[in-house]
Design a binder for this molecule. Structure first.
Ligand code: G3H
Ligand code: 13P
Ligand code: ZN
Length: 316
């Protein structure tokens, strides 16, 4: 069942974080639904501009509709990840999405607010909610690259002003994470003091954590043992820290890179061990179950596992 993102946030705020997982193809979608049913969790499907180009908008929609029929007990929202203004309007007008993200964080504050406000007006008229971004995460996102020294934590006062003036429904905040597989050097981690400050100025307002993959060292080692050349210093968010972020208002946690690592590990190991194989359904089957197990594991850490019936009662 597709619900609104706002409905999920109402139940989740302060209790658990909703996992927001990107999809790009059928295998990932099948594994995603299976893993969420396996762990009895509500979830958010994220579609990036890159995914819309790669898999075609119509194909992604059809895959999601089919998965909804195959897994009739599932409860989820469909969300545009890192949208620009034009893509937001296209998703709003399609009638298929639950919410959109307008990412104008690379603009100066007033411009970010002006763009976000335009999208909010159009989205709210159509019954969708809007996630915006303030601050600058490091790493690569869509076609924009931000290096570590230009990444900027979200300013709590600015966050309150931004929400007030833009009317957005949730806010992606820069709290130390970055996109991709190389997030932290040394002993860096999440800035809990900053999250707490933002929550103090925005009580009961859902905060979104992007760049939340944990980039397990063991996964990187297996990829490299099967022919990969990933930098072994790759490092992500300690997934045991999600539980600390939940009471501070982090209600949506975005995870994409870790799923890509699962795909890479499964396929590299499969073809290393069966170099004569060419039926892609064989590693595909392994991947779908490995991805489902991965999703179920993340949901345990996010505390969304086991929340499906609570959400069902709240939305029916
Ligand atoms: O933050 C970006 C997401 O990981 C989506 O990545 O734009 O390569 O699809 P993508
Ligand atoms: P990761 O690269 O850490 O998986 O972050 C994904 C993300 O923030 C999608 O919006
Ligand atoms: Zn992101």
């Amino acid at each position: 069942m597709i619900v609104t993102t706002a409905q999920l946030f109402d139940v989740a705020y302060g209790n658990f974080a909703v996992g927001a997982y990107n999809i790009n193809n059928m295998e990932q979608t099948l594994g995603l639904f299976r893993g969420n049913i396996q762990s009895q969790a509500p979830f958010i499907i994220q579609i990036s501009k890159g995914a819309r180009k790669y898999a075609e908008v119509k194909m992604l929609e059809a895959i999601i509709r089919a998965a909804e029929e195959i897994f009739p007990d599932s409860i989820f929202a469909v969300h545009l990840d890192h949208g620009d203004e034009e893509t937001c309007y296209s998703c709003i007008d399609s009638g298929f999405y639950s919410s959109v993200m307008i990412d104008a964080s690379h603009h100066v504050l007033d411009e970010n607010i002006a763009i976000t406000k335009r999208v909010v007006e159009r989205a709210h008229d159509a019954g969708l909610s809007v996630e915006a971004e303030l601050g600058m995460l490091g790493g690569v996102e869509e076609d924009i690259q931000v290096d570590e020294k230009h990444a900027m934590l979200t300013d709590p006062d600015e966050a309150a002003e931004f929400v007030e003036r833009s009317g957005c429904d949730s806010l992606a905040v820069a709290i130390g994470t970055s996109h991709g597989a190389y997030k932290f050097s040394g002993s860096q981690g999440l800035h809990f003091d900053r999250i707490a400050e933002i929550q103090r100025r925005l009580p009961n307002f859902p905060l979104v954590m992007h760049g939340s993959s944990s980039v397990p060292a063991e996964e990187v080692a297996r990829i490299n043992a099967a022919g990969g050349t990933m930098d072994p210093s790759a490092k992500g968010v300690d997934e045991d820290e999600f539980a600390r972020a939940v009471p501070l208002g982090v209600t949506k946690v975005n995870i994409d890179t870790d799923g890509r690592l699962v795909w890479t590990r499964v396929h590299r190991e499969f073809f290393r061990d069966a170099p004569d194989a060419f039926d892609f359904r064989k590693p595909g089957e392994v991947f779908v179950q490995a991805y489902a197990d991965f999703i179920a594991h993340k949901n345990e850490k996010l505390q969304s596992a086991g929340q499906l019936e609570t959400v069902r009662k709240a939305v029916s």
